[in-house]
Design a protein. Structure first.
Length: 438
């Protein structure tokens, strides 16, 4: 009788290991919503520029279409400048404080985009907006690497990056109606204010490390810290950022992300203009049509991240989707002059596929390099993505202005995405390390 009672109690009462696993799930409830909202706001103030351009920014400011494209691309020059210094600060001091400063700064600068009327002041504002937002992704990736193990990292990264397509999706619908109701200038102001308010929520909720979180017990935080330290022991030692440049995979990732970002940012910033030019729809309808590729992106990102963590394979879940995206853009380019709706259907496939691999992609560097340099290397890779974003934004806008249609821009983006797929296919996979699933 006593033996049977003991067995029943053992089944009902969770042991210490089970309690720790249950408590660790709180990270997904406490940390990830804050991370998701923060990156969503960053992308809101970055991607609404395309709607301003589609709504007649050039006519309002009395500037050429080429200057409008130049304004869009200036963001990425600013975005390039402070990636690595920002990552170094986040690693050595505090990622949460850096994000707080960035939120206040970019919210203010984004709102000023709708206020400033002088071209060169607006150019300075857009570049400084890029500087403020350049701090966000490296700081977030460093924060997540201090909270999630290898077996969880692709999913955590995917939820972070989901702020990108989810924001573009709802922003596409809302911004179109805001512009119609209030004009593009007031839409910029209204969409910049939430970032400033959210900064104070962020700093109240998020902590840099498990040991600092009041909602995590000491046993639980110690266990998580120990698991993360064990992963570090399997990685090669690197003295500084310069030493990592001798690792072939680092330069390949920089080149690959440059090409990938040409496609991503060219599509995000100029898709509204492409749709409006091809379909002759009102700005509010353009917003709804613009949302569809990003709805597919959300579904694919979650699925790809899940299977990448289950198999602990990264490259296998990156290059096929980039190749598919490039091919779909190429087909869209070939069919654009014959049928808008056929070309648009392939744009949906291209947009969804080019976002799908973000979770596994940003898991590669922490699995290849130790903590003391991984953050700066991720920032370096993202810096090359900023250069790709500058190139893609300027090139697609320039080709649009030069040819009077979007077909040449589709072709340029498709070639860049196929090249990105080829580069990641050639990357040598990181050696597996010990892991524990949560």
């Amino acid at each position: 009788m006593q033996k049977e009672q003991f067995e029943i109690e053992a089944k009902v009462a969770p042991g210490p290991e089970r309690l720790i696993k249950t408590e660790l799930r709180r990270r997904w409830l406490y940390l990830m919503p804050a991370v998701f909202v923060t990156y969503s706001l960053a992308y809101l103030d970055r991607a609404n520029y395309g709607f301003g351009a589609a709504a007649g920014m050039a006519d309002t400011l009395h500037i050429s279409n080429a200057r409008t494209a130049f304004l869009g691309s200036l963001f990425f020059l600013g975005y390039f400048l402070f990636q690595v210094p920002g990552a170094a600060y986040a690693r050595r001091r505090s990622a949460t404080r850096l994000v707080f400063f960035a939120l206040v700064s970019w919210g203010t600068l984004a709102a000023l985009t709708g206020v400033i009327r002088v071209f060169w002041l607006l150019a300075l504002d857009r570049m400084l907006l890029g500087v403020a937002e350049s701090l966000i992704l490296p700081a977030m990736l460093i924060l997540l690497s201090d909270w999630f193990t290898r077996a969880e990292r692709s999913r955590a990264n995917a939820i972070l990056i989901l702020g990108n397509p989810v924001t573009v999706m709802w922003m596409s619908a809302v911004t179109g109606y805001l512009i119609k109701a209030f004009g593009w200038q007031m839409a910029f102001v209204l969409e910049g204010i939430p970032s400033i308010v959210w900064a104070f929520v962020w700093v109240a909720v998020v902590r840099d490390r498990p040991q600092d979180a009041p909602w995590l017990s000491k046993d639980c935080s110690d266990r998580l810290t120990r698991d993360l330290e064990l992963e570090q022991e399997t990685l090669p030692r690197m003295a500084n950022l310069a030493a990592t440049l001798r690792v072939p995979g680092v330069l390949l990732l920089c080149a690959q992300y440059f090409c990938w970002s040409i496609g991503v940012y060219g599509l995000v910033l100029w898709l509204p203009t492409m749709i409006r030019a091809g379909s002759a729809q009102g700005i509010e309808t353009v917003g709804l049509l613009n949302a569809a590729p990003f709805l597919l992106a959300v579904v694919l990102m979650l699925g790809v991240a899940h299977f990448s963590d289950r198999t602990l394979n990264r490259q296998r879940f990156i290059w096929p989707f980039l190749l598919l995206s490039g091919v779909a853009l190429l087909v869209s380019f070939l069919t654009a002059s014959h049928s808008f709706w056929v070309a648009y259907a392939f744009l949906i496939v291209a947009g969804g596929a080019m976002y799908a691999p973000y979770g596994p992609f940003f898991s590669i560097v922490p699995e290849m390099l130790p903590r003391n340099v991984a953050g700066e290397v991720m920032a370096l890779v993202n810096s090359f993505g900023a250069l790709g974003g500058f190139t893609g934004t300027w090139l697609v806008g320039f080709l649009q202005a030069l040819t009077g249609n979007s077909r040449a821009g589709y072709f340029a983006m498709s070639m860049a995405l196929m090249l990105a797929a080829g580069i990641i296919f050639c990357l040598k996979p990181a050696q597996p390390v010990g892991h524990s699933k949560r």
